[in-house]
Design a protein around this ligand. Sequence first.
Ligand SMILES: [Zn+2]
Length: 334
Amino acid sequence: MGYSREVYQKAAARLGERRRQSVDRNLAQIEQVRAQVPGAAALLDQLAQTSAKISRAVLSHGTDLAAVIDKIRRENEETQARLRSLLASRGLREDLLEPQYFCPLCQDEGWVEDRQCSCIKRLAAECALEELASPEELQRSTFSAFRLDYYPDRPDASGRIPRAGMERILRRCMEYSRSFSPKSPSLLMLGATGLGKSHLSLAIAQNVVKSGFGAVYRSCQQLVRQLEQARFSPGQQPGEEAVFSALAGCDLMIIDDLGSEFANSFSGAALYNLINTRLVEGRPTIVSTNLTVAQIQQQYSDRLLSRLSTYEILYFLGEDIRMKISTEPQSPSL
Ligand SMILES: [Zn+2]
């Protein structure tokens, strides 16, 4: 499916803005040359006449149209050559009056022949990342910013070594994002607060987006609020159906911190509906939660738990790393 329509519309608008900027720059340059380089105005006026001359030739229905147009074209080239040497004689760049495109490959059109140019793909990825989370969140939630040294390397009460467990999880998340496809398995991230679940799920999401897939990242609270607004604010655009299908149909949906939402009968049913629809349609979802399996069962329905039990489970271990980050002197801003 790739990025949403909104992302492509935003990218196309940015491309249009680039085109407008390069036209404006070009016109400003021409006006400057016209005003400051003696002799340039007359040559520019001659060039500006070219298309009018061609139109007149076509409309006059003359006998040898091809020869007339060829002559106009030659005159045009000569005028351009004179203009270039005039600029050069003043120590100016010969191509000063050519439009300067952001992307010379597609001249800011977004297409090279019938293929999308790499510049529009980059712009779309940029817009898709902006939709995902704030620049600060994205910057601090990368795989390379994940600090394994915050996790104890001695066995915890259960005999497991948190750092070794987290190293396996980090590797799995990196591998998951590298090999992501819209048919990848779903992941359930379990573990106490502050063990890096949001960090790693957002790191996966940004890599997936950079690879050209569409991903939506929401805290469970934001997600329920969005679904509630769509349901209970009639007339609001986009409507309930469009909101639901964008969430149910994206390549990767991330629901962060299940259990943090204000729970009511609507939220339980809405979350089940979304999670179940994605599962039935074979689309991957990543759910993270501080709740234990028993708490999930208690707070939600058995049927929600039965859907989540089909996910690949990652158990996060350790102590709250956010405490360590906030108390560590001169820590990098994570
Ligand atoms: Zn381009």
